[in-house]
Design a protein around this ligand. Sequence first.
Ligand code: NIG
Ligand code: FE
Length: 394
Amino acid sequence: MNTGAVAHGATLITGVGELVTNDPSLGAGPLGLVPDAALVVQGGAVAWVGPAVAAPAADERVDVGSRAVLPGFVDSHAHLVFGGERSAEFEARMSGVPYDGGGIASTVRATREADEDQLRARLRGLVAEMRAQGTTTVEIKSGYGLTVADEERALRLAREVTDETTFLGAHVVPAEYAGRVDEYVALVTGPMLAACAPHARWIDVFCEPASPHAFDGAASRAVLTAGRDAGLGLRVHGNQLGPGPGVQLAVELGAASVDHCTHLTGADVAALASGITVATLLPGVEFSTRQPYPDARRLLDAGVTVALATDCNPGTCFSSSMALCVALAVREMAMTPAEAVLAATAGGAAALRRDDVGHLGVGARADLAVLDAPSYRYLAYRPGVPLAGTLDVT
Ligand code: NIG
Ligand code: FE
């Protein structure tokens, strides 16, 4: 995400009632909390951090009035390039119609019909909405084009607003390939990948044998290995609608993240605990599909690195709010407020294999979220209240 700000000289940010650094060497607990803190930003990076009483002088000074400051949220899973909307599908779901991925086809139709300016306006509007709520890094997937030209277009647009772009040609099998999954996988792993790889950092697949529209383990493996051979990092949508091979495939292939993780076996948890793959939980999806929430406690207790992300998309969760994810994780998934904040910041950074975001140690990007509240706890304590914003330091 472009911060829109270039720092010349140093700026001292003071009046920080509570600073979340996510660096235990800088403060208390896993969040590295520093009360009554200050930080110095120079050239877009954190140059100094510590207690306000020890702060050095700087050219510029910004007082945040005893508010809490934390690393900007890292939303490591979003689908923001699309046309149309699916509020009627949401309403039907709230009356008991289950989600099976079939509605994706209507977004594919609307996305293909939309022109580039319409898609760009929607995309930029959603990124601005995220930023206004404290999100400073966002991953954006294709996956509603499903032709070579439409997938390439989606990734080109996404690249205008983030470096974290993900090729999701294997989202569902599009209508024109119904009954010809193998031919569609050949398209995705051949010409579509060739056109999209230059615009993408990652490849993703909806590995979900429980959906008649998504991909089984063998097809998912073919997509991921082709992406890896083209130089892309790996991500997986797995185990959303039922148990399946997604989690273990992601771990076996060393994917950066496997996302959803709603239906996990003991073997899935053991695999995640022994591997390097982050488990990204998307509680806004369970909220918006009336599914049971993933068992975050079981993952955390097993030592798995957990991230929280919105999955912002017109089908399963049309929310751009990381604060909502934090509140749901605390209320519905037995995460502590500190675990949830860590997962929404450092967890997201781990899921994107980034060490320059998700913390506020010296050298980190000066991506700052500021809360209109004295503590990070308020994100869960005052759900639904727009407390989080970003702080642009110029
Ligand atoms: O992450 N599960 C697959 N893909 C998206 C939903 C896409 C849609 O329904 O439009 C998800 O939930
Ligand atoms: Fe998704």
